[in-house]
Design a protein around this ligand. Structure first.
Ligand code: HEC
Ligand code: HEC
Length: 406
């Protein structure tokens, strides 16, 4: 394989910066993030999972779901696919760069080839480095060396030494010494900015309609519907009316369990159990922002920073089941502008970033009408057209997708 060579015209399109077609990035770009990957696993060749497994509520583990898992065993399928995302992002690879059956341009997930074997060896290498040198702390990852290329750079260059440094933020933030502002104060300011405790507590449900844009090459965007019920239920459905027969895709969290449904996939519909379940819970809880103070523990305030030249206050904390989450609040308005959460994988953190904009008044509360959802290789923008607050929402909206009302 050549350096960063990309194959044009296969089902897997080149990553980033080009128009997306129906490849996995396109599916990712529908804004449900990582969990959607599972769709293409099935759509592009079949990982051979039985229908039985797909409909069970028990956590589905990597070595049960897939055929040839040797080093990434025993992890939830959503975290397994996050692991694949870390590999893609670290090496600037597309899935097919490691998954083409030898001598073909056909994707065969389970088959081994030299590059996939190298990657497997690197997983073990990374884990060994961390164990032998860093007490098992996950400080060396694929990204540590690869930084978006297949062969890591070896020698310092003058351009980097003396050039403009790229913006690089640490992902782990510790409490900045000497800062007077506490996380509780930043949360309080946010709560006040979006309507205040009193009015927020009166928001008990809403139904959103909108579109998802940034879905290039697929004949237009998806139609989005979101149902939310306090304190922690949320269901997002995306329909692709321009692609009849494709069926809708959804992500549902009912307060305890979560599911992803993606048509045309082998898993089809499956229960979330890894970091994606925690992310789904976080999204559901923060859909009712008055709860922000009870959602997070172990808060720390980082040094103030900026996003697009706007000064921001930075809070990092642990969300559901310890999900590491960083939040950036506009220092002037107090509004939440960005949230990054970090899922787990055996080879490094799996970031999901939400950039939030266009807060508007709904029933005396400010809700964002626009947000961009970005995962390691996929990005999509949601634009809301309508929000109805405090309308009755049937519990069945939050059921397992195959039994839910639509
Ligand atoms: C850098 C190489 C690399 C890239 C890029 C990569 N994978 Fe993998 N993939 C692997 C390795 C290595 C394994 C085997 C892991 C093991 O043995 O534990 C694997 C296993 C899999 C399996 C299990 C197949 C089976 O039945 O055993 C699936 C499914 C999969 N990858 C999907 C993907 C998807 C989807 C992408 C794109 C997001 C992707 N991979 C990108 C290296 C890669
Ligand atoms: C300690 C640094 C380091 C880490 C960490 C690391 N790699 Fe590598 N990797 C390398 C080097 C160096 C090469 C090139 C070796 C060569 O030129 O022979 C390489 C090569 C590769 C290749 C072959 C690329 C090609 O085009 O031939 C793959 C695939 C790969 N690494 C995957 C991974 C994955 C996946 C991870 C994380 C699990 C990872 N690496 C972590 C240093 C690292």
């Amino acid at each position: 394989m050549q350096l960063n060579e990309k194959k044009e015209g296969t089902e897997m399109e080149p990553r980033m910066g080009r128009n997306l077609t129906i490849g996995w990035r396109g599916i990712l770009a529908a804004g449900l993030g990582l969990a959607w990957l599972i769709g293409i696993v099935g759509a592009a060749g079949g990982a051979g999972v039985s229908a039985q497994t797909a409909t069970s509520t028990r956590p589905l583990l990597s070595d049960e779901a897939f055929k040839n898992v040797q080093v990434l065993k025993g992890i939830p399928v959503d975290d397994f696919l996050g692991t694949m995302g870390v590999m893609c992002a670290s090496l600037a690879f597309d899935c097919s760069d490691c998954h083409e059956a030898a001598g073909t341009d056909r994707v065969d997930w389970a088959a081994d080839n030299p590059i996939k074997r190298t990657a497997r060896r690197m997983v073990t290498m990374v884990q060994t480095i961390n164990k032998d040198n860093f007490q098992g702390r996950q400080v060396v990852t694929c990204w540590t060396c690869h930084r978006n290329r297949d062969r890591p750079l070896v020698t310092p260059t003058m351009e980097v030494m003396y050039g403009e440094p790229p913006e690089q933020r640490d992902d782990v933030i510790s409490q900045a010494p000497g800062l007077k502002t506490t996380a509780a104060e930043i949360f309080d300011k946010y709560i006040a900015a979006v309507g205040g405790t009193q009015r927020l507590s009166q928001l008990t449900s809403y139904v959103i309609t909108g579109t998802s844009i940034g879905f290039g090459g697929f004949g237009g965007g998806g139609q989005v519907r979101i149902y939310a019920k306090a304190p922690d239920k949320r269901s997002t459905i995306i329909e692709f009316k321009d692609a009849p027969g494709r069926g809708d895709s959804s992500r549902t969290y009912n307060g305890a369990a979560g599911w992803v449904k993606t048509p045309l996939s082998v898993l089809g519909e499956y229960a979330l159990s890894g970091s994606e379940l925690d992310g789904a819970r976080l999204d559901a809880l923060l859909g009712f922002p008055g709860q922000i103070k009870s959602v997070f523990t172990n808060t720390r305030v980082g040094f103030p920073s900026s996003i697009d030249d706007r000064p921001v206050q930075v809070v990092q904390a642990e969300g559901p089941r310890g999900l590491m989450t960083t939040m950036y609040f506009d220092s002037e308005t107090g509004l939440l502008l960005r949230m990054i959460r970090y899922g787990k994988s055996p080879i490094g953190r799996v970031p999901t970033q939400v950039d939030i904009a266009d807060y508007r008044d709904v029933a005396g509360v400010k809700l964002p009408f626009k947000w961009t959802f970005a995962w390691l290789d996929g990005r999509d923008s949601f634009q809301l057209t309508n929000v109805q607050a405090n309308v009755p929402v049937d519990e069945a909206r939050f059921a397992r997708p195959s039994t839910a009302i639509r």
